[in-house]
Design a protein around this ligand. Structure first.
Ligand SMILES: [Zn+2]
Length: 55
């Protein structure tokens, strides 16, 4: 059996404006991920940034 690897740990991204929960991301991307999205808390268009953890 090959272990299931299609699920990555979900991380919570916070809104840079209000600090509220923006979205959850699950990725194994080796690079920084940026996405523009509308915050459900403050309704501003913000850029969520996910950075790979250094191990
Ligand atoms: Zn916000």
């Amino acid at each position: 059996m090959i272990p299931d690897k299609d699920e990555y740990p979900m991380e919570q991204l916070k809104c840079p404006r209000c600090g509220g929960r923006l979205l959850d991301i699950g990725t194994d991307s080796p690079k920084k991920v940026e996405m523009e999205t509308k915050c459900p808390n403050c309704n501003n268009l913000v850029t969520a940034v996910w950075e790979p953890k250094k191990e």
